[in-house]
Design a protein. Structure first.
Length: 267
């Protein structure tokens, strides 16, 4: 065989990979620039939230974040009236807490904050009772607070954690994430999506107890999911994943051709 000879199938495989790679990059760029424009998470790991911000708890009592946060805290910013991803997030969080070995109230706290300034303590109490009932073991009421507040304080908090959302009529376009805070209010980790694994939560709270920031898997989620503004939910990017699978197969096939070619030359 000529040293400069390129097998036709090898050439085609390289061309396929080039096209797929370009397409995946273009698709990913489109998701960030169009679908996520103004909506998403700007991570602020290592920064602290303002603990002097005032809210109302589910019983209507005025509280500051500093009065509530004194242990590693799971912060869930949500739209309480949301029938879609916010409900899934809190439902799955309740299920995870059912299997979570750490002691609530002593080792960690949960804090749900509505980013809709029109929602009031009455609704917060209703939602709190609903999600506490989903936890299949004793869970102190004081260990999970549901807060509502004024727009300026909500925006101060969401800006501090990099949670960017937009109002659209009576609902919102928003990301889906929980934020882990240290007892001093330091942002130590972000956990994305509605599915929360007990192990991930355990490690995140351990880091928070020590004031250490932890890595995030946000890039994986952002790559695999896109926000559907019309459906107001995250959807699986089938085209992207299919492209990756095809790319992997093509690359494996090219490696096989190279190995076969070298074996043929030795023969």
């Amino acid at each position: 065989m000529n040293g400069n000879y390129v097998h036709p199938l090898l050439f085609r495989g390289i061309l396929v990979i080039f096209i797929l790679f370009s397409g995946v990059n273009l698709s990913a760029h489109t998701d960030h620039s169009l679908e996520h424009k103004g909506v998403g998470i700007d991570e602020k790991l290592g920064q602290s939230i303002p603990l002097d911000l005032a809210f109302h708890d589910e019983n209507g009592n005025p509280v500051s974040l500093g009065q509530v946060i004194n242990k590693p805290t799971i912060l869930a910013p949500v739209f309480l009236s949301c029938p879609d991803v916010c409900s899934f997030l809190l439902t799955n969080l309740s299920k995870t807490l059912s299997r979570f070995p750490a002691e609530p109230g002593k080792e960690f706290l949960v804090l749900t904050v509505s980013f809709d300034e029109t929602e009031k303590p009455t609704l917060a109490l209703e939602k709190k009772n609903l999600y506490l009932k989903m936890i299949e073991k004793p869970f102190p009421e004081e260990a999970w607070k549901f807060l509502t507040g004024e727009k300026k304080n909500i925006l101060a908090l969401t800006n501090a954690i990099g949670f960017n959302f937009k109002r659209e009529g009576n609902t919102f376009l928003h990301p889906v994430s929980i934020v882990i805070l240290s007892p001093a209010g330091k942002i130590t980790r972000y956990l994305y999506g509605t599915d929360i694994l007990p192990f991930d939560l355990k490690m995140a709270l351990l880091e928070a107890s020590e004031g250490r920031t932890g890595p995030t898997i946000s890039k994986v989620l952002r790559f695999c999911f896109s926000y559907d503004p019309k459906g107001r939910k995250y959807v699986f990017n089938t085209l992207k994943i299919t492209g990756i699978v095809t790319l992997t197969f093509a690359f494996s096939f090219i490696l096989f051709l190279i190995w076969r070619g070298r074996r043929f030359k030795r023969g």
